[in-house]
Each structure stands twice: as structure tokens, then as C-alpha cells.
Design a protein around this ligand. Sequence first.
Ligand code: 9GP
Length: 799
Amino acid sequence: MAFDVQEFKKEYQKKFEELFAYGYEAGSKTEQYIALGDLVRGLYSEDWIQTIMEYNKKKEKQVYYFSMEFLPGRMLKSNLLNMGILDCVKQGMEELDLDLDEVARAEVDPALGNGGLGRLASCFMDSIASTGLAGNGNGIRYRYGLFKQKFINGYQIELPENWLRNKNVWEVRKENKAVIVRFGGDVSFTQEDGDGRLRVRHENTRDILAVPYDTAQVGYNNGVVNNLRLWSAEIPYGDEARFSTEEQREEVKRITEVLYPDDSNYEGRLLRVQQEYFFSSAGVQSIIRYFKQLKLDWSLFPDKIAIHINDTHPTLAIPELMRILLDEEGLTWDQAWEITKKTVSYTNHTILQEAMERWPETMIADLLPRIYQIIQEINLRHIDKKTPLYGEELSQRTAIIANGQIKMANLAIIGSHSVNGVARLHTDILMADTLNDFYVMYPQKFNNKTNGITQRRWVQIANENLTAMLDETIGTEWKSNPEEIKILKAHRDNKNVLDKLEQVKLSNKKRFAAYALQEMGIEIDPTALFDVQIKRLHAYKRQLLNVLHILDRYLQLKDNPNADLQKRVFIFGAKAAPSYYYAKQIIKLINSIAYLINNDPSINDKIKIVFVENYGVSLAELIIPAADISEQISLAGKEASGTSNMKLMSNGAITMATLDGANVEIRDNVGEDNIFIFGLKSDEVQEYYRNGVYNSRDIYDKNPRLKRILNLLIDGTIPGVETEGRDIFDSLVMYNDEYFLLKDFDGYLQAQYEADVAFSDRDRWNRMALMNIASSGPFSSDYTILRYADEIWKIKPQS
Ligand code: 9GP
């Protein structure tokens, strides 16, 4: 986009005055940000309109990525980058005596997701636009995002995250595209005159208006601007009388009020299903409306539309599409079913049983009676068709409805043409184990699409120092073709380059150190090894194993304050689900240990612990460039892929890993010498589960070093964790350590020791960092998305 600095300055001043009726100099950071955002939106709006018109004119096949979560992060700089005007605007702001970074920080980071799944969706949106694919996002405009995390006395407290408190400059409300979503009601069938077909009558429904808010997804230097559509629940126009009480109005608002309401109780679960149907139905309806404008035969629907469901949350899009094709468009079951299956594809993101969605049959029957009938019919036909082929037992195991429950994954698989896992190992486990019954029936549906990340945000924006150094060393081709970063390998023995890399890392560590001091009052040494674990708090991710290692170091230093140990700063960022008691106990434990160690002068700053509050995309952008070690230590087989592993690798952190999720592929790319691997392998874990011989108590009894560490949890050394310490101790020692921490402990310590040794040899460490950066290209989400487009969606990049 052509734009010069002088022009920008003029436009910016004008925009500011137009919006606020005074000069920008007197404005607050938020106002300065709003003016800039508004200006930027204006600059891409023509491309936005043009892109959509172009797709419509060419009747281009489009993908619709349905996701309950999107975690875009702050959008200002990424839009500027993708529009090709970041440097120009930075300079212009400087000349206006404004600091772009400071202004950009006034943007509220929208927390419309929990973690990896939501961030993946946003990386994908960026990559879809940047690779020139016709694609749209479809989700929910939550009024409040994921809770804001506070630590009080070391405990996690959840506060509402009012991300819309200031104007959201990026979204455009599209009232003319609103649709009605119907809940409840009575379903009956009538024999119509003429064709003798049964017609469905669905009456007395509770109608909710779904209003879309569109946000542009700007492609990287290619003029493509796609659309992310987030739906908000409102009272239908003219229907206010039906919602006369405050309670009725609240009920409507509640549908899109918060991300993942607590689903540990029935009301929470009911609300969650409402959300899922709400955005799935609204999305499908708007797709149908678009398709009808094309005036094509229905059989061509799958040639023009791909609907991708991100995890099972949007699975109700399948019966919803069936409903519309059958009840509103008058297609036969077979026609509708053929179209639906050809249109929909599904990604599985977890093998954890507790995360597999199941809804009570009665809940769906009451809330969505017509959808329930359709699910019943899909189920009946599936069983009827499969029983003669695969026998009663196998067929029943794949049933969608069983024991009063509706199994969403089963519906997603049966109603789609493609099922993919998100890393090679994960997909192998799905096929061999978790979804094996389906794999037997539909081997051709299964495929792997290893996750990816966009280096535009995670390197170019998050790590400007590294970007400059790479440009200088290998040129700029890597920015549009991430694989090209591999030519950095040629510099692996170039001392000058290695030193520069070390300087880049150091400056990023200083930046984080300044944050830790200012925000948390913790002083850290930027030359220490920064050991980072940032992800949701979950027992299987084993933040606790990291804790055991910290306690081991603590004891070594207590025994001998002069012990020859590498100085380390342990950085944690993690939110726990509000109802996940054990995870919250772990947070309290880490905070208490941090308090103990950070304030113990005898430790002499050899260990510092920084647990950042309210971890999210923006904090990740600060932490990741500063990391030396990337902790990816989940129990093998449990983490579907992980994506922080890829972001950290791209920024030159060395991975400390079990062979889990995408770590396996990271190892393959970076080579054994540039990663620290330890622990049980996935098949060994499986074997333990099968033979049941694991005995953690035995390890505790026989390993004095470990025993001493575990006893710290219950002997009063760590202040304020009487209950937490006891519960955690019991889970590990008395209740047989579900995630095999004790089993993996020795291997982990050994790997950490090796990391210390490697870190003390600066050239060796810098070379390892370089090799990680140079091997990160294949983990670009651009490549991942091109594989989805080619192999699943059958859409091609625009020329
Ligand atoms: O737990 C997985 C994580 O491993 C993966 O990287 C991410 C994106 O594919 O999805 C997570 N899954 C969920 O959040 C829930 O299924």
C-alpha cells in the first residue's frame, strides 16, 4: 500500500481532530490509539470491499472456519505490518512525537479464547488471508472474554474481562446481515397438497436475533482482506414486547455474554449448548443466503462452500445445515446428506476424555427439538448402514446417541468428509486408539495437519530485534516464504552472527526484566537462563514437574549456597479453568514457592520465579522473545500438538521436551543436538495404562532425592500451602501420580543438567538457538493452511 510519512501525519491529525475535536497532542493514549485504528480501518476498507466483491463475482469457493474461540491479540501492528505501512507509520508517529509501541499498547487484547485452540484459529485467519485464500471466520462476539486473572495471596481470582470498554475500532456491525436463531418450540409435520411430501412446522419458538460484527483479516502485502464474523445475541427488532421482563432480556444477552461459562453445573452446560447452536446456526444461515445469491443448483453447494469445524464446539452446524436443506429448501434426505458430508470437515484437538463433548439427550430435545430429530435420524441411518458391514458391537460403539447422551465427536465424524489431528503423533493416536472404531469404518476420512504459527506476529511483531538481525544476515525472503529461514544454517559457525544473536536475546530479556520489575517488583538478572513455561494450567501439561525441578535446585542451594548451578529465572504464565480445583492449587503452590525462594537471601538470586498474572497473547509477545528454554513437558500422548513450542523455537529458545504432540516433529527438524528430550514415550505410557504396574509410592520410597523434594510439600517449608501441599503430595504419592511425574523425574533432571552445561558454553548455546530459528520455517501456519486448502477444502490461492 503506497503511503508516505507526510501524508500519514496529515491524515492522522485530521482523523484525530474529527473524532475528538481537539489536537492529538492533548489526547490520551487510548484516544491516540483509537484515531490511528480508525484511520487504518479506513485505509483497508476499499480492499475489503473489493476482496468480497471479487469472490462473489468469480463465484470462488470459500471456506468458513467455525470456531468457538479466536485469540487475535492486539491488531494494530499486525494490520500495519500486513498492509506494508508499519515502518512508515512508526516514523510518522515519531515525527508527531508519539511512540507507536506505546500507542499500540492502549489496544485491549481481546481474550476471546482459552489458549492454543483459539490462537491457532487466529493464526489460521492470518494465514488464509496472507496466502490469498478465500476464507472467513465464524464465531461469537463475547461481551466479556476469558476472565482476567488476578493473584490474591497467591490464589487465582477471576474478574470479568470487559474488553469492549473502549471502542473496538476494528469491528463493523452489520445489522442488514442479522439472522434469527430459533430455540425450543413444537415440531409437527403436515401433509401438503400437491407433491404429497411432509412439511415440517416448527412453532412457538424462542427467537433470538444474531447480529454479526465483522472484522477485517488483512493479508500480508497481497491486497486480500478477508472477513471474521462474530455474532452477538439480541432481542429481535419489533419483538421487544415478548421480552418485557428484565429476566427475559437478560436471558437473551447471556447467550453471548461470556466465553465458556462454568460448565460444571447444568445451567452452565445448557448455556454452552445455546452458544454453540447460536453461532453455528447463524453462520450456516448466512452461508445459505450467500449461496442462494449465486443462483446455482444445490448439488454445487460443496463446490462453492467448505465449512470447517474447529473441535466439536460447532458440530451442530451439521444438523443445522441438514435442517435448512430439508425443511426450508425442500431437498430429500439423501440429497441433503450428500451435500452436508461433502461440505463439512472437522479437526480434533484433544484425546482427553473429559474434553470430549457429550450433551444430555433431553437437553438437546428440549432446547432444539427439530435438530434433535435430525440427529436421531442421522444416528439411526448410520447404525442401519454400518451394522451389516461391521457388526452390532462396533456399530453401536460409534453411535451418536447412547446412554442418554449425544456424542458430538461421533456426529462430527459421521457428518463430515475429513477428520484431522493436529500433529503426526496425535493423528496416529486418534487412528490407532481414540477414534479407532471410526478409522476402521472410514479410513479415507482421516488425515494429519500439523499445527503452525504465523511468524508475522510471533517474530516480525514480537521480536523486532531478531527480525532486523535476520534481514541483515539472510535478506528478507523468509518473511514471505518462511522455509527460506533455513539459509541461516549456513551461519551456524559464524561467530559474529552468533554474538549478534546473543545480543538480540539479551535485549529481549532486558525488556522482560524491566516488565517484571515494574509490574511485579521482582528484580531479575537478564544474563540468567530464562526458563519458560507458558500455557493453560492442566495436570497433564505438568507444570508440577517443573516445580519439582525448581525445588531440587532450591535444596541443592540450601545444602550448599556455593553450589555450581546455572543462575535461572523460571517464568510461568497460566490460567486455570475456574472450576478446576487441582490446577488452582498448583497455581497457589507455585506462587508460594516463588515467594519463599525470591525472598530467601541465601539463594543469592540463583533462582528467581516470575509467575505473570493474566497470561495472554500480549504477554506471550513479551515473554517468548526473551526465552532461553521452552518447557514442553506434558506426559507423552496427552498434548495434541502444542503451539507455544513452535513460537518459542522460532525465537531461538531451546526446547526441553517429552516426545509429545508436535515436539516430535520439532525434534525431527532441529535434530537431536539442538533439543533436550527426556521421559516416557507415548507407547510406554500406553503400556503402563494397560498393564497397571505403575507404582509411584514405590518410586517415592526408593528415590531419596525425590522423596526429600516431595516432603517439602507437607513439612511446612513452603508457607501457606497446608491444604494444597497435602493434596498435591497425595495425588503424586498416594493416588499413584496419574501423569507419571515421578517416573519422568530423573530423566528431566538429567536433561536440565545438560541444559545448564550447554548454556555455560555461549557459542554452543547460541548455535543451538540459531539452529532452532533456522529450522522453524516448516512450522509456519501458511504451510499448514495451504495443506488444509489443498487436501481438505479444495480451494486454491487467488492469483
Ligand atoms: O490441547 C490442544 C493443544 O495441544 C493444541 O495445540 C491446540 C491447537 O490445536 O488445541 C488444544 N486443544 C484444546 O484446546 C481443546 O481441544
